[in-house]
Design a protein around this ligand. Structure first.
Ligand code: FAD
Ligand code: MLT
Ligand code: ZN
Length: 503
């Protein structure tokens, strides 16, 4: 067991080439969405003094310029009006802050790496931002079981590097890994690029420590794989997006680092053939298949154009990325090469390239992981993240292209086809309420008719809270409200998020 406390330096938002079409500040969320502030207390100078008595002057930000970045989300769709950012370093500090805020009815917005895509991580009005970035210590990594115990503000990529030093990997990987926190990942139940192989966080999360709205520390920080003693309370915090408690520590099961990684990148004629290829990959690659991703022509072309990177193969209507994680390099790359040959012969693959060298693997993954930010350079991006039965997976993309016509600069689809989860991005020159109201609730109605989920992995946050009913029955929503009332009776934790507005 490694018990050394490893501390990571928090990196700034690390998307090197990130650039937005608009240079100004986004519109205030309260105005854009015509919101009314709930009757919470307002932060007074006596409150700031109290926070400083716990954290010291340096970890209480009140200067407008210092606070600004914490008010704006990654997509630049939302802007809050917080005047205070608090940066605790310990669970006890989080507990004292929440206990005080609860008594004074001061609303709080927990924030991790602020890479969330549904506006959950930034305030709507003047909620206090509770930034977890200084809770960034790895507490232990068990060399045999692979159980990693760490604080919630650890950056995912740093944890993965640490795990790799000990022959493990983190069970999840996403394009935001250089900035997102493990606490944010747990709070959003992030999926990512290898869910197909390593499962979702409900399976990998062995234990959790969280602080309730009233400051009570809930210790469910077990490290056992099997533990059926009563209600599975840790799961309440998975995907609750900061509305039920603040996650302060986690225990995660890390899979062993694969000895061999191979990546194939293929051009495909039609979406039907993408599905045929998925079936063939499952049959031929079986237990070594670790990712099966797709992107359409517009997704790849927008990315190569905007980031001036090259596409390793020529133009095709669809692209598929297939990765294997195995234990024998020769064996695995032989399997993938044979797969490529067979599927070129069958006509499912039109062209392709296979990589087993880390640099080439990274550059192909880099292309895939840059898709989310590519459209931001061209205008305002409406982002949808839906689960659909595979036969309907791509259907909405042409439907939306037809609906918006030339009012959209580009509409594209990409995502985790192996998990039935498509991302649809629609770029328009600038935000208009008219286009917004043409898209919503239309898209959610369509998804609901097709028996899909309106949020596959990004969560509900602020921007989708009034559409949850398209994927949740009233009985389930009622229980969600009861749980919220039980755990946060004053509603101070991340108000205006997840639960639909009561009309
Ligand atoms: P934040 O954005 O800071 O917060 C997200 C939510 O969690 C908020 O509601 C916040 O209040 C809450 N929260 C954060 N920390 C805590 C805590 N310690 N306790 C309680 N609540 C907390 N998501 C996927 O699922 N799969 C992907 O493949 C994926 N790829 C992405 C790629 C890019 C380029 C970007 C920008 C985002 C991507 N995302 C993806 C979305 C996002 O990165 C994830 O949702 C991530 O898990 C958010 O982590 P974060 O630390 O940035 O959380
Ligand atoms: C992805 O799969 O790239 C992410 O979920 C981010 C996105 O859809 O924009
Ligand atoms: Zn995704």
């Amino acid at each position: 067991m490694l018990n050394a406390v490893v501390k990571f330096v928090t990196k700034p938002l690390g998307f090197a080439q990130l650039r937005y079409a608009s240079q100004g500040l986004p519109q205030l969320s309260s105005e854009k969405y015509n919101m009314s502030r709930k009757s919470f207390g307002s932060v007074e100078s006596s409150d700031v003094n109290f926070f400083k008595s716990i954290l010291g002057d340096d970890r209480v930000l009140t200067d407008e310029g210092d606070v600004q970045p914490y008010n704006v989300d990654w997509l630049q769709h939302c802007r809050g009006q917080s005047k205070v950012v608090l940066k605790p370093k310990t669970t006890q500090e989080v507990s004292k802050i929440l206990s005080y805020c609860n008594q004074k009815k001061l609303a709080v917005c927990p924030q991790g790496g602020n890479t969330g895509l549904v506006g959950g991580s930034v305030p709507v009005f003047d909620e206090i931002v509770l930034h977890l970035g200084l809770m960034n210590k790895v507490l232990s990594l068990d060399e045999i079981s692979g159980v990693l115990l760490c604080e919630s503000g650890c950056i995912l990529e740093n944890l993965d590097s640490h795990a790799r030093e000990h022959n493990f990997i983190m069970p999840l990987d996403l394009g935001a890994k250089g900035s997102c926190h493990i606490g944010g990942n747990v709070s959003t139940n992030a999926g990512g690029l290898r869910l197909l192989r390593y499962g979702n966080l409900h399976g990998s999360l062995l234990g959790i420590e969280a602080v309730k709205a009233d400051g009570t520390i809930i210790d469910c920080l077990g490290t056992l794989k099997k533990d059926n003693t009563g209600y599975h309370l840790k799961h309440l915090f998975v995907g609750s997006e900061g509305t039920l408690g603040v996650v302060t520590k986690v225990a995660i099961h890390c899979p062993i680092m694969p000895k061999a990684v191979t990546l194939g990148y293929f051009g495909v004629e039609s979406f039907e053939n993408v599905l045929r290829l998925l079936k063939a990959a499952k049959l031929s690659l079986g237990e070594i298949l670790s990712a099966f991703e797709m992107a359409d022509f517009d997704a790849i072309t927008t990315t190569t154009k905007n980031f001036k990177i090259s596409n390793p193969i020529s133009d095709y209507p669809f692209y598929v990325l297939i990765e294997t994680h195995g234990s024998h390099e020769g064996h695995d790359s032989e399997k993938l090469n044979q797969f490529l040959e067979e599927q070129m012969a069958s006509g499912l693959i039109l062209d392709g390239t296979i990589a087993s060298e880390p640099a080439k693997i990274q550059s192909i993954w880099g292309l895939r992981e840059s898709i989310p930010s590519a459209g931001l350079r061209d205008g305002y991006v409406f982002k949808y993240d839906v689960s659909l039965p595979l036969q309907h997976f791509y259907r909405l993309v042409p439907q939306l292209r037809a609906k918006l016509g030339d009012r959209a600069s580009v509409v594209y689809g990409y995502g985790h086809v192996g998990d039935g989860n498509i991302h649809i991005n629609l770029t328009v020159p600038e935000y208009t309420k008219e286009i917004h109201s043409e898209l919503e609730p239309y898209i959610f109605e369509e998804v609901s008719k097709l028996k899909g989920s309106i949020s596959a992995e990004h969560g509900i946050g602020f921007s989708k809270r009034n559409y949850v009913q398209y994927s949740k029955d009233q009985s389930a929503l009622h229980l969600m409200r009861e749980l919220k009332q039980l755990m946060d009776p004053n509603g101070i934790l991340n108000p205006y998020k997840v639960l639909p507005e009561v009309k």
